[in-house]
Design a protein around this ligand. Structure first.
Ligand code: DAH
Length: 335
């Protein structure tokens, strides 16, 4: 290998590059001259055979040759690329009258749709929506609702505590106290939100949704409560359902009741919601005159309603973000 040969290789590479008229051919030339097994690298391998006085000069010349050839290659590549773009612009036709490609349109999550329907029903009856924090203190979540210091629901096993006072609310019922503290009767409110309990199985997830309702007025009674809730449930399910109103116990209502629905397939009763007349102790506590006013309250599990409506038997599917599951709800008309 001599300096002369290096010069000749550069000249040859240059003329090859200039004559190439497409990117593939150009790339083949690059490999032929600059590739691992290309001419110049082959010569570098043989450099040991050259006399030591010209070795450094020859090494430098080969490196310079590689640089020069590479620069030429890049220049030619840019030229060919812009030629390609120009050609495509000339030859390609764009039919602007073609229909567009449809993108997949999402739909509301079934829980969101249930919440919307509940809102519409209760708004129509004059209930307005209020919000309440998900991080509560033990006063609003337990004490103010007449839940004793030793009630099992306060246990570490059931409740997510941040410290001795603050927790993730276990139900939406605390909103009743906030509403009665901030407003004077007549009061008609509903509130939706996430609640948290340490539970996980087919019927329980650590986070789920509830709706709380509260009405306080001068003529509010138990039969009015039952009527409103039955109307709501018949309207919600849009089909014949069999309901049962049965006595129950909640520390913040007296009397208290629960409503169950009969599962048609099995004949079993399934609990839907808890309700009752606001306990007089609680009304006194928030300075509402029990001689003039009475109130009722109810708490509904939103997942439970949605599961019954669509015959879903595992609550966990709501929170898996599985598109195959969610896509099914496209068929239902949204509101
Ligand atoms: N907070 C109760 C629960 O999570 C449900 C409930 C029962 C709410 C009775 C009420 C009520 O407002 O009056 O199980």
């Amino acid at each position: 290998m001599s300096l002369d040969l290096v010069k000749k290789l550069v000249i040859l590479a240059k003329s090859n590059i200039m004559q190439s008229n497409n990117i593939d051919a150009l790339e083949a030339i690059r490999i032929k001259f600059l590739g691992k097994k290309g001419y110049l690298n082959q010569h570098i391998k043989n450099i040991n055979d050259t006399p030591s006085d010209i070795k450094p000069k020859l090494g430098a010349a080969i490196n310079q040759a590689k640089k020069d050839i590479y620069t030429l290659f890049i220049e030619q590549k840019n030229i060919l690329q812009s030629k390609n773009i120009k050609n495509t612009l000339i030859t390609d036709t764009l039919d602007v009258t073609l229909p567009g490609r449809l993108s997949d349109i999402g739909t509301h999550h079934p829980i969101t749709s249930t919440i919307k329907r509940m809102k519409i029903f209760f708004n129509t009856l004059g209930f307005s929506i209020i919000h309440s924090p998900e991080i509560e203190d033990d006063y609003f979540n337990f004490d103010s609702l007449n839940i004793s210091k030793y009630h099992p629901s306060r246990d570490e096993h059931d409740t997510f505590w941040f410290d001795e006072k603050r927790l993730l609310r276990t139900h939406t019922s605390g909103v009743q106290i906030r509403a009665m503290t901030n407003k004077t009767p007549p009061i008609r409110i509903i509130s939706f939100g996430r609640v948290y309990r340490k539970d996980y199985d087919q019927n329980h997830t650590p986070m789920f949704h509830q709706m709380e309702g509260l009405m306080v007025d001068s003529h509010v009674n138990f039969s009015y409560l039952k009527k409103i809730l039955y109307d709501f449930l018949y309207n919600f399910f849009e089909k014949d359902i069999i309901l049962r109103f049965r006595p129950s116990y909640f520390p913040f209502t007296e009397p208290s009741a629960e409503i169950d629905v009969m599962k048609q397939e099995t004949g079993n009763w399934l609990e839907l919601l808890g309700c009752g007349m606001v306990h007089p102790k609680i009304l006194h506590h928030v300075d509402i005159d029990t001689k003039k006013f009475s109130g009722f309250a109810f708490g509904i599990g939103i997942e439970r309603l949605t599961m019954l409506q669509y015959n879903i038997d595992d609550i966990r599917v709501f929170f898996k973000n599985d598109l195959q599951f969610l896509d099914q709800f496209k068929q239902y008309k949204d509101i």
